[in-house]
Design a protein around this ligand. Structure first.
Ligand code: ADP
Ligand code: ADP
Length: 226
């Protein structure tokens, strides 16, 4: 069975209608999986469901063979999930380093090695570590958000539109960093509105339409026959 699986997820917000209809997202260990699709298709909702921010009416979420459907988001973090939501919630008046330290809140061990790894991955964050995060550019703030999620040493990193609102050059750079994260052995599941560029780096792609899987294939196959 795949490492992370949102299995036949059906559910919606509160008492509202189903947004997800039998939606299945399955990610192998070490893979980059990308969810694309039109606005309002339910991409963010699928991510929230996998992370435990949406109650499923049916279906399940499993990580590394374990059923985690009933777990809170925080408990999922403890199981090895990291999530970078679409809305940047970095602390603008805290320094870059303080933001990274906040990311490690669930850890009780020494975080300096992980901090060094994040700084290796994002040298600009090391350079600006003592500056308030609010002084950074949009792309650099995204790096803070990704770096902070990495501070928990996740097995799976989930990203909701990491390149939203950044320039094409910064987008390419962020994708390069995400590839490096995957090479370091961290499984990636992300939502992207820049479908073409994202599918280029994807091992697997999901096209969601109206809360259901329309196409599921390798990134390359989806690019060849969109
Ligand atoms: P996408 O990420 O593909 O743009 P979303 O998952 O954000 O789509 O939204 C899918 C549908 O769910 C939309 O109809 C949207 O209005 C609805 N929706 C999203 N968030 C909420 C919410 N917090 N409460 C109620 N409906 C929501
Ligand atoms: P997305 O790009 O994911 O579709 P939106 O801009 O639609 O995001 O939504 C921004 C925020 O508003 C999200 O937190 C989402 O959950 C919430 N939201 C979206 N649609 C609705 C809705 N119909 N009712 C309540 N909240 C919503």
């Amino acid at each position: 069975e795949p490492f992370l699986i949102g299995d036949s997820m059906t559910g919606g917000y509160g008492n509202g209608p189903d947004i997800l209809h039998d939606c299945t997202i399955a990610v192998e260990k070490g893979e980059i999986a990308v969810i694309v699709g039109p606005n309002g298709a339910g991409k963010s909702t699928a991510m929230k469901a996998v992370f435990g921010m949406l109650n499923l009416r049916s279906g399940a979420v499993r990580l590394d063979g374990e059923d985690i459907t009933a777990l809170t988001p925080q408990a999922r973090v403890a199981k090895g999930m990291g999530f970078v939501p679409q809305t940047q919630n970095i602390f603008t008046s805290m320094t870059v380093e303080e933001n990274l330290e906040m990311g490690a809140f669930i850890r009780t061990d020494d975080i300096s090695d992980t901090m060094a790894q994040v700084y290796d991955l994002f040298p600009i964050l090391k350079e600006k570590r003592n500056q308030p995060a609010g002084e950074l550019s949009g792309g650099q703030r995204q790096q803070v958000a990704v770096g902070r999620a990495l501070m928990t040493k996740p097995k799976v990193l989930m990203l909701d539109e990491p390149t939203a609102g950044v320039s094409p050059i910064v987008m390419d750079e962020l994708f390069d960093r995400i590839i490096e994260v995957a090479r370091a052995g961290i499984t990636i599941l992300m939502v992207e509105q820049n479908a073409r560029q994202a599918l280029e780096i994807a091992d697997k792609g999901y096209v969601l339409v109206q809360g259901a899987n329309r196409f599921t294939d390798t990134g390359k196959a989806l690019l060849a026959d969109p």
